[in-house]
Design a protein around this ligand. Structure first.
Ligand code: DAH
Length: 354
């Protein structure tokens, strides 16, 4: 019987094709080819209409058997292919549990952060508040409110990056003094330190950077005297550079303080004898300070007859360079991990490395 032969061939071909299918896609193609709507097995049913009535049931049953055999083969093949695919994936993703683990790179506080936090800790312990201002600042707070009117020659010492004629990258942290005083409505006490980044138009070299850090200090109350400033800075010097350090105040000039001083600390390396760190002088300059100028108090709404104050400004970059023997300020900002890694485990808050 023609149909039966054809049926057998189709079945054999189909089973062979199923076995040959190497992946799910190929198997699906075989399924469509034989069992799909226009498939070969479906096509067999078309012969039904040419058969005598009594042969139709038997023929239909045979076609169904062929269909079921192919379906079963496809299903079995599908399981085999899935398993093979899974095995291959597992083989590719296999983990060698005997390999040594990868070391986790631990971070460490940046030497500048370390220095700033050390100074903050000291002043927090003395009852100061930490106040931060704005790096983009108004000319008024950066200069004018600090007794530096537009034409003041001392402005030239602090050339900056201007955003507009009246807005600039702040050149020091002193504007935070002016802002804080203004907010206190003429009422003391004010006891703050202000850490932050500052900017100057400077060519970068080993000791200058167009961006660096400062910490400002300000105390305003009744009866604040120069001796309060000296005692505070002495404590700072000892805490940063060792208990046997001394300080010395030299007359200086800042428009926002009167009198103004430059503060030196006795050299921690040679103990005052003279060495390369102190340039043979026995002293290292660490900050500027003074008694708050009455004009600064008055401009911010404080009665300068009733209130007085002291202020100081220091550079954590320079202090960290001295403490850790760093010779180039640019190391702080280029963030080369070979440099930063050297500060891992340096937990000496208050100790010098020299
Ligand atoms: N603002 C000064 C500067 O950047 C530093 C300074 C000096 C701040 C004396 C002060 C001060 O508060 O009293 O050069």
């Amino acid at each position: 019987m023609v149909q039966t032969d054809e049926m057998t061939t189709i079945k054999q071909d189909a089973l062979e094709a199923v076995e040959k299918a190497q992946d799910a896609q190929a198997l699906q193609a075989v399924k469509v080819q034989y069992l799909g709507k226009k498939g070969l097995v479906t096509g067999l049913m078309k012969h039904m209409k040419d058969l005598p009535k009594e042969e139709k049931p038997a023929y239909g049953q045979k076609v169904n058997e062929v269909r079921q055999a192919i379906e079963a083969a496809i299903e079995t093949r599908q399981v085999t292919l899935n398993e093979a695919a899974l095995n291959e994936q597992l083989a590719q993703e296999s983990i060698d549990v005997t390999l040594p683990g990868r070391a986790v790179a631990n971070g460490a506080a940046h030497p500048l952060t370390r220095t700033i936090e050390e100074i903050e800790d000291l002043f927090l312990g003395l009852g100061y508040e930490i106040v931060t201002g704005y790096e983009v600042e108004q000319d008024y707070y950066n200069f004018e409110a600090l007794n530096l009117p537009k034409s003041h020659p001392a402005r030239d010492m602090q050339d900056s990056f201007y955003i507009t004629e009246d807005i600039l990258m702040r050149t020091h942290t002193s504007p935070v003094q002016a802002r804080t005083l203004e907010q206190r409505n003429g009422k003391g006490p004010v006891k703050i330190i202000c850490p932050g980044k500052v900017y100057r138009r400077d060519s970068d070299d080993a000791t200058h950077s167009h961006q660096f850090t400062q910490i400002e200090g300000l105390v305003v109350d009744e009866n604040i005297k120069m001796s309060d400033l000296k005692g505070t800075l002495e404590l700072l010097a000892k805490s940063l550079f060792g208990a046997d350090r001394e300080i010395r105040l030299r007359p200086s000039y800042f428009p926002f303080t009167e009198p103004s001083v430059e503060v030196d600390v006795s050299c921690f390396k040679c103990k005052g004898k003279g060495c390369n760190v102190c340039k043979q002088t026995g002293w290292i300059e660490i900050l500027g300070a003074g008694m708050v100028h009455p004009n600064v108090l008055e401009m911010a709404g404080f009665d300068s007859k009733k209130y007085s104050g002291f202020a100081f400004g220091m550079g954590p970059d320079r202090i960290a360079m001295l403490k850790y023997g760093i010779e180039d300020i640019r190391h702080f900002y280029t963030n080369d991990v070979r440099f930063l890694n050297q500060f891992k485990g340096v937990e000496d808050r208050g100790e010098t490395t020299c």
